[in-house]
Design a protein around this ligand. Structure first.
Ligand code: GRF
Length: 212
């Protein structure tokens, strides 16, 4: 059983997927707290519905990104969080969070990284004209969507797609991928090995719990 802290800024459908996977017994985890930088985030309402603690850390009230992250870290620690999930969290995180949770912060991104990092990944994919895009779960580092990749799923771009239709098709896969990847972590199947200087870290997922 792993203890999660989920950071949201918006509607929170990825948070909902995590909560549903836990409720149905598919994911051996507990969401200890949901943190949002926006008081109106739909994710907070989803947490409230199932009695999960909610905390708003208003970024506008923080002088720096580091000051914001320090408050987030304090909140996560207070709730005993072991793993942090950025689930539609629209803030760049700083070393203050990453050093408090080294290789324990995950993000879900709506593209096949390293293609189309940053905001509007679905629009970037459409404008580029790719035939296949998808979603990525990765460990967060100090870059924008640059950290070691844990899991990916491909999603076709279909004729006539617009940003909304593509977003919806990717989102379905995001929910499945994020909960699956968290399941690997909960089962102790994920190992991250630091790379040589200048090289990327490698992420290994064993076939079974005893495989590492
Ligand atoms: C998802 O597309 C996620 O990949 C991106 O922001 C969106 C959040 O959706 N980072 P939701 O708030 O989980 O519904």
């Amino acid at each position: 059983m792993i203890t999660l802290g989920v950071l949201v800024s918006g509607g929170g459908t990825n948070l909902q997927a995590i909560l549903d996977a836990i409720a149905s017994g598919k994911l051996a985890a507990r969401v200890a707290v949901v943190v949002s930088n926006r008081p109106g985030a739909g994710g907070l309402e989803r947490a409230a519905r199932v009695g999960v603690a909610r905390v708003v850390v208003d970024h506008k009230a923080c002088a720096t990104r580091e000051a914001f992250d320090a408050q987030v870290v304090e909140t996560l620690r207070t709730h005993g969080v072991e793993w942090v999930v950025l689930a539609g969290f629209m803030r760049i995180v700083t070393p203050v969070l990453l050093e408090a949770y080294p290789m324990r912060v995950l993000n879900i991104h709506p593209a096949l990284l390293p293609a189309f990092p940053g905001v509007d990944a679905q629009r970037q994919a459409l404008e580029y004209g790719v035939r296949v895009t998808g979603c990525t779960v990765h460990f967060v580092d100090t870059g924008t969507d640059t950290g070691p990749i844990l899991a990916q799923r491909a999603v076709p771009v279909l004729p006539g797609d617009d940003v909304d239709s593509l977003r919806a098709r990717i989102l379905v896969e995001e929910h499945a991928l994020l909960t699956e990847a968290l399941g690997w972590i909960a089962e102790g199947r994920v190992r991250v090995t630091a790379g040589e200087p200048g090289k990327r870290a490698t992420v290994a997922v064993s076939e079974s719990r005893s495989g590492l």
